[in-house]
Write a protein that binds this ligand. Sequence first.
Ligand SMILES: [Zn+2]
Length: 129
Amino acid sequence: MVTRFAPSPTGYLHIGHVVNAIYVWRMAREAGGRVLLRIEDHDHLRCRPEHEVAILEDLEWLGFEPDEGVRPLLRQSDRAHLYEEALVRLRTTQHVYACDCSRKQIGGERYDGRCRERRLATERAGLGK
Ligand SMILES: [Zn+2]
């Protein structure tokens, strides 16, 4: 089992991060698994290098040592090519389709595929209704 802790360096580590870290590390350790650290730096406008440094220092100070993702540091922005390759594979196998529903319309945590058969004309990236 591999769990992941993926803070966004848009601010300093807060109590919500710590609660999540306790959960992630405990789940991994109890299962004999590993913890992957990945910096979620996709918000280029709000992410700051000083926050990234502070988060890493705070995690170390609190005793949360990831098994992977620190040296070298794993950032989401370094993996764009992997996401694009995965998207190409999904398009090739026709597992991608457009959806124009808002988050409110979908509700819940799991998307039910309601637009799969609608055959909407195009995908539109970055819909954040
Ligand atoms: Zn939809």
